[in-house]
Design a protein around this ligand. Structure first.
Ligand code: ATP
Length: 270
């Protein structure tokens, strides 16, 4: 069960250069996660504790997982990922046990970055109903907080959580000594979109008429994940036309296609 629920990656391939936009967010992650991992003595000398946990929040597909992987890569740390939804167990005590296993696994693989995606699944504002399921979720959260309290001495483990439902979070987890550093990871602005397009078209055989800035103009509201699939889709149009070069019209066709797909889902698109 452990192997199923937790994903371990000894050396994730993502680097900061693979992340478009988000310069400030990268900077914050470096200060709060990378520096404490690579130079813990610095904090000891100054006499401060690095933040226990960092919480990344923002829409899906904006690069939160990439940030966590990049910092693990940069510090040669093991990347251990678990989804909050997987911690929500049906059986009493299972969730708390998985949390214990998670931290045990991390200490076996120090230095390590623990990434808990969808933290809201175990840390949502409590509803009125006091069902047994609720109590179990609560226990899982308490276990996480107590592991976090205990791991300061371990030093070489940092914890990053992510959510795209920040407003739903139980504020208790944001208290000092818990997830006390918040980093917002928003949808990319124009510059971010252009940078992301640059990254995702780097290995593509683009025609001379392709202007990434123009594509950035047309993709307001797109996330990094959506821009990445747009580029792939443009490549598909070139292949269908039996061309080896991707042209601006392929990007226009791809845009047309994703906007049609989006409309069938009932969500408007820029
Ligand atoms: P979720 O909340 O759904 O887990 P996330 O914010 O963790 O989403 P990622 O998994 O980091 O999103 O991003 C998904 C994919 O989208 C990446 O693998 C990458 O291809 C692309 N992507 C997203 N954001 C960026 C970015 N800022 N720069 C480059 N690529 C990006």
């Amino acid at each position: 069960a452990r192997a199923q629920a937790m994903q371990i990656d000894q050396s994730p391939k993502v680097t900061y250069e693979d992340i478009g936009g988000l310069e400030e967010q990268v900077q914050e992650v470096v200060e709060t996660v990378e520096d404490p991992l690579s130079d813990p003595a610095q904090f000891k000398t100054v006499g401060i504790e690095p933040p226990s946990g960092v919480l990344l929040h923002g829409p899906p597909g904006t690069g939160k997982t990439m940030l966590a992987k990049a910092v693990a890569n940069e510090t040669d740390a093991t990347f251990i990922k678990m989804a909050g939804s997987e911690l929500v167990q049906k059986f009493i005590g299972e969730g708390a046990k998985l949390v214990r296993d998670l931290f045990e696994l991390a200490s076996e693989h120090e230095p390590a970055v623990i990434f808990i995606d969808e933290i809201d699944a175990i840390a949502s504002k409590r509803t009125e109903s006091k069902t047994s399921g609720d109590a179990e979720v609560q226990r899982t959260m308490m276990q996480l907080l107590s592991e976090m309290d205990g791991f300061e001495e371990r030093g070489n483990i940092r914890i990053i959580a992510a959510t795209n439902r920040f407003d739903m979070l139980d504020r208790a987890i944001l208290r000092p000594g818990r997830f006390d550093r918040l980093i917002e990871v928003p949808e990319p602005d124009w510059n971010g979109r252009e940078a992301i397009l640059q990254i995702h078209t780097e290995d593509m055989n683009l025609g001379d008429d392709v202007e990434l800035g123009t594509i950035a103009n047309k993709t307001e509201g797109f996330t990094g994940a959506e821009l990445s699939s747009l580029a792939t889709e443009a490549g598909m149009f070139a292949i269908r036309a039996e061309r080896t070069e991707i042209t601006m019209s392929d990007f226009d066709d791809a845009l047309q296609k994703v906007s049609e797909e989006d409309n069938t889902n009932g969500t408007p698109i820029a």
